[in-house]
Design a protein around this ligand. Sequence first.
Ligand code: MOS
Length: 752
Amino acid sequence: MSTQQGTHIDSIIGRDTVRVDGPRKVTGLAQYTTDFHFAGMLYAVPVGATIANGRITKLDTATAEKMPGVHAILHRGNIGKIFRSIPGPGFSGICEERRPPFEDDVVRYFGQYIALAVAETFETAKAAADAVRATYATEKPNVELQLVADDEPDEVMTTFGPRKRLDSQRGDPDAAFGSAPVKLDHTYVTPFETHNPLEPHSTTAVWEGQTLTLYESSQGVVNLRSVLAQMFGLPIENVRVITKFVGSGFGSKLWPWTLSPLAAAAARQVGRPVRLVLPRKMMFHAVGHRPRTQQRVRLGATPEGKLISLHHDYIYTRSMLDAHHEDCGEATPFQYSVPNLRVSFGRAKRNIGGGADMRGPGRVPGLYATESAMNELAHQLKMDPVKIRILNEPKIDESSGLPFSSRHLLECFQLGSEKFGWSKRTPAVGSMKRDGLTLGWGMAGCSWIAARFDAAANIQLRDDGTCRVASATQDIGTGTYTILAQLASERTGVPINKVEVELGDTSLPEGPLSGGSIATGSVVNAVFAAADEAIGSLKMIAVSTPGSPFAHRTPDELEFKNGKVFLKNESGANGVPFPDLLQRANLHMATGNGRSAATFGDPKPKFSTQSFGCHFAEVTWQPEIARLRVSRVVTVIDAGKIINTLAGRNQIQGAVVMGVGMALLERTEYDPQNGAPINSSLADYLVAVNADAPAVDVHFLDYPDKEINQVGARGIGEIGLAGIAAAITDAVYHATGVRVRELPIKIEDLLT
Ligand code: MOS
């Protein structure tokens, strides 16, 4: 077996690095959840309620049960015990729909599961599900679009614990706004949106005695395990969750949904493995959505454009039982310098399924509102939107009084302006033309949280010169396999093509959720610590093996670099490759474990840790045929060190394309009569596709943030969707003169 030879390898961190899992994906070897097959496996199809509010008075399963090939029709009367789950410490036991399936006869939203057909084939299960007849006592559902905050106390319970409705306050915002020489008061609305990953939610439950294994497309195997263990009354070690590949999730697969306990309960009942894959239509019912938001923003300013006051009072929808918190005000308290501020929220219950995190939860709708307001204030004052932001740039995080660990937003504006050609902008509406088209230019700033979740990793350095790195995190298509390989390669000197990555399995050391764009930042220190421990073990082996060139040395006298052990002060080029040391000692491997602790939720942080960025957007407008296109976007992101610039640009480009959808296309519509999401297909729920995608030019600043980890890498992904809708809507105003404050912008809005 050849080992790595000689010369120093340049760092693999911070470079374009192709996906290590690419070959597996293009050859079909990558195992998505439904690629795992089991002898005797049955198929389950849920029956969804066809009302959104009321009670089941009768459930007729007789016809379905008699169909050949049907093994069971599960319902409230026969599903068996499923317990509730509760949140545990840190990020464990989190769930956006707490009620176990079939717990009562009450229907609270359209599509709520009321029965489950289990059969030999998918087709039989579908036919049986369709043959189940439910009779209801129906009440009118509330899917009203106008939001008024429910009457609730000042502190309310959310999925993540109690939360004060007064998010943030400083100075005297009411008085300051009252006497401000310049005022702005607008309400911005974002619609219900539904995550539509290409791969639908899928799960397969396999019981062996009292041990449950769940193959599921999940963004968080460790949390899913803790929820399932609680629901089935099992010790945690009796539950294993496996997620090797995910066809994306956008947050819909972040927390468990009721399909998982349903599949597990069915498999328990019939004594066979059971697979449950949601049809696209059901992706709109019980696996989350972005809540609708209605956000009133008031700005008080001097005639020169300096902010005096900022109110951000928002309302969002929630389901009847659960309390996903849509944190629209998360960035508001520190995005700009302003002495008087209030951020507060209210909630409005609706007969719809549980809300959920959807790419950039909270901040994405929130920054759409506040960045739009900043643009409108700039226009009101006839100022350049970039200049008004520069004027209001804070020196510290004014909400906490903490310094930012690293904030280079002004440099983002400068680079973005340059790359976009912003200085050529003429502000008058419709004043810019190219090739017979009217141009509109707009911009906005953005930010996203930077933090770490708890993470653990294991490293093996093996006698054939390969390395294995393992952690129970997931790759949801964002590049986590490659990031783990890069980190292991960087620290051990094993070339990346000899690094094997294992993830997506709760039997591995506990890794972070693939959520909040936090996974990458979380694993760095854990992988490095694991590698260091394995290297420490190698040094012990080097000094303790008879016949080793280091047999009379101590570990402290040794150095490890680029896969070789050598004496300190000597050249690494003459070192001994680690496989030689292992072979000589008759060892298969040296291993190490590493951990890194969470900063997320730290009650006493020393810094405000955030990523920043901005978007410059161009639209083209043809009033004659009412044709609007987003033609060009320049995005600059300040997210510390970018570990993989190729995957990083992909993430931001994808987010910008999603932002085109947010600005112009995406919305879930609920029928006011029966509460059904009526555009519940990929034909009717419009997302931006290739033909809608503008040219996207992504740039990263390079300021490593060592508060987050040793590499200085903050997360990326969600930040690319923050702010983009405000840039596009402002560009639309610049081109058309129409100011739209409710997303998505519709062609009808522009026909004036
Ligand atoms: Mo993301 S919405 O945190 O999966």
